[in-house]
Design a protein around this ligand. Structure first.
Ligand code: C2E
Ligand code: CA
Ligand code: CA
Length: 566
């Protein structure tokens, strides 16, 4: 018989049971009976008459992957190992779907009851899942990002420890000259290209492989359970084929290339970061040779990477320690057969290594921005030298000095002032200076670039496109830029007498330049036959080892004094 107080308590409990937003339940341990509130049932979509009378009925509703975890949590709590039961699992809804629920409960110390609540946390889990996905994926391609890639790689490396576990291979892909696409066709075109390439590579993946976008134009692949590097090599070749597929972006045909580094590990103690770094240094080695698609990591490489770091450290002091020098390569006019000017080429007189070629240090200087102060120095020094020759040696009044400008210098808002200042402080007339820049700088259709080009032209300085034919420039749009000359890249000139295709390209460039009223400098002239062919094609200027290599200032002075006539 309930006392009035007990009845009141019962009634209050009833209110709570029916009113609570959470489902409530208790489990009479001795009788093995469950009592569930209406809300509990509605979370599972159950009607009043659906019998869930004992724990086995409940467990039957729990997701197969979650049921053992739930039972273990209950057991641990009943055994006094945990102060509360608190566990999330999936519960089947009558509609056939799953609901994520949070079950919280405690055992009554004397009554032989386990009781608590059940909360539907499906919405919260969905948000968490989405967040987790966003944190781990690249928004553009939807591929895993670097963090997830490293996480998965760590897992894969752990699996190599299992009996019969086999090695893991990592591929690191970096697109070649991708920034040219961004610079010349715009970021949207760059994104479209990345998406297309990512799609193509995704289709090569097997179940269980990971393909991630590490950053920008760098991608990573994990191949689990390989026998050796051969599977990775086969995949690298397939990726190469995907890259080479011709693509048309904004009316431009784009031929893509990339460099791939491969590293293989068979040991669980290898760190994911280290394996990725190994693959990356192999990639850098592949990049050094444009004909090489992939390289496999070998430990000697990391010595080279260290060397690169050391070189970069030294480069920071090169300017202040006056270790930079200019060499001058003669440029010959085909019309007169005489010297028409020089190209200033930078050299680094390293105290220990001796003369370092620009290919070794200019890419470093471009990456870390040192090219900007170095370029300023080159500009002034080259102008000063030209003016010194013009004043000191007769017959040099028409010679011009060509100076290379890197893309980074072009971003410097002070560039036009620097050029004007270099002319002013050295006294060289603007006609005595030519600036060489690559296609991507000229084609980057930003208003700033167009304005800078025009401002340089307004100074009276002449503008050249360097390495013409190797970039993405659209021939048709050349006329809209204030240019004076094209320099045909030496890869077309060199051996043009043996390779008809090269000769044809040179012919086309010359015809185009004539139409646009531009004159042409052929780079890399190495033989008398090349000189003859270029003359026949009415090319105006030539530069190359056939005439002379780049000379230090004394040798260049001597060359001016008794230059041969070709
Ligand atoms: P570039 O502007 O295309 O310069 C021409 C390069 O071709 C020079 O290499 C030159 O020595 C080399 N060369 C000339 N004739 C021949 C030939 O007949 N056959 C062959 N195989 N090569 C020939 P170098 O001096 O090693 O310069 C390499 C690159 O470094 C230059 O290529 C240029 O892009 C860059 N560079 C050099 N000096 C400067 C500079 O002051 N500023 C900037 N931004 N870049 C520079
Ligand atoms: Ca040049
Ligand atoms: Ca060049």
């Amino acid at each position: 018989m309930n006392t009035p107080n007990a009845r009141e308590a019962e009634e209050r409990l009833e209110v709570i049971w029916s009113g609570a937003r959470d489902g409530l339940w208790d489990w009479d341990l001795a009788a093995d009976r469950l009592r569930l509130s209406a809300r509990w049932r509605s979370i599972a979509g159950l009607a009043e008459e659906d019998a869930v009378a004992a724990p086995p009925d409940w467990f039957a509703l729990v997701h197969a992957q979650d049921v053992d975890g739930l039972k273990a949590a209950i057991r641990a709590h009943l055994a006094g190992e945990t102060p509360h039961l608190e566990h999330e699992f999936r519960l089947r809804h009558a509609d056939g779907g799953w609901r994520w629920v949070l079950c919280r409960a405690a055992k009554h110390p004397t009554a032989g009851l386990l009781g608590g609540s059940l909360t539907d946390v499906t919405a919260r889990r969905a948000i968490e899942d989405r967040l987790r996905h966003q944190l781990a994926h690249d928004p553009l391609t939807g591929l895993p990002n670097r963090a997830l890639f490293l996480d998965r790689l760590a897992q894969s490396l752990l699996r190599t420890r299992r009996p019969g576990g086999s090695p893991v291979a990592v591929l690191h892909l970096d697109l070649d000259r991708f920034h040219h696409v961004n610079d010349s066709l715009g970021v949207e075109a760059g994104d479209a290209l990345l998406l297309d390439i990512a799609g193509g590579i995704s289709s090569l993946m097997r179940l269980g492989d990971t393909f991630a976008r590490l950053e920008g134009d760098k991608f990573g692949i994990i191949l689990d359970g390989v026998r050796d590097g051969q599977e990775a090599v086969a995949l690298a070749e397939e990726i190469g084929a995907v890259l080479r597929r011709p693509r048309v972006l904004r009316g431009h045909e784009i031929i893509c290339a990339g460099s791939i580094g491969i590293a293989v590990a068979a040991h669980p103690l290898v760190r994911a970061e280290d394996l990725l770094r190994d693959a990356m240094s192999a990639m850098h080695r592949a990049k050094q040779d444009s004909a090489t698609l992939y390289e496999i990591y070998d430990p000697e490489l990391s010595a080279k990477a260290k060397e690169r770091l050391r070189l970069e450290g030294d480069l920071h002091h090169a300017l202040e320690r006056r270790e930079l020098v200019l060499h001058y390569q003669p440029i010959v006019s085909f019309a007169t057969g005489r010297l028409s000017g020089f190209e200033a080429l930078l050299r680094w007189q390293h105290p220990v290594r001796g003369l370092v070629r620009p290919d070794r240090f200019i890419p470093l200087a471009e990456e870390n921005g040192l090219i900007v102060p170095m370029g300023k120095w080159v500009l002034v020094e080259a102008c000063r030298q030209m003016e010194e020759w013009r004043r000191g040696i007769s017959g040099t009044g028409d010679l011009a000095m060509a100076v290379n400008l890197s893309a980074r210098q072009f971003e410097d808002p002070d560039l036009v002032n620097e050029v004007a200042g270099a002319l002013e402080c050295t006294g060289l007339s603007a006609r005595g200076l030519k600036l060489e820049m690559t296609e991507s700088v000229v084609m980057a259709r930003t208003r700033e670039n167009a304005a800078t080009l025009q401002a340089l032209r307004d100074l009276g300085v002449r503008l050249l496109i360097d390495d013409f034919g190797t970039g993405y420039s659209s021939l048709a749009s050349l006329h809209s830029f204030p240019l004076d000359s094209l320099k045909i890249d030496r890869s077309f000139v060199c051996r043009m007498e043996f390779e008809e295709e090269k000769a044809e390209i040179v012919r086309i460039i010359l015809a185009l330049a004539a139409k646009l009223g531009l004159d042409v400098v052929a780079e890399g002239v190495e033989t008398a036959e090349e000189l003859r062919m270029l003359r026949d094609l009415a090319c105006q200027h030539g530069q190359g080892y056939f005439f002379s290599t780049a000379l230090d200032r004394e040798s260049a002075s001597a060359w001016i004094r008794d230059a041969p006539v070709w």
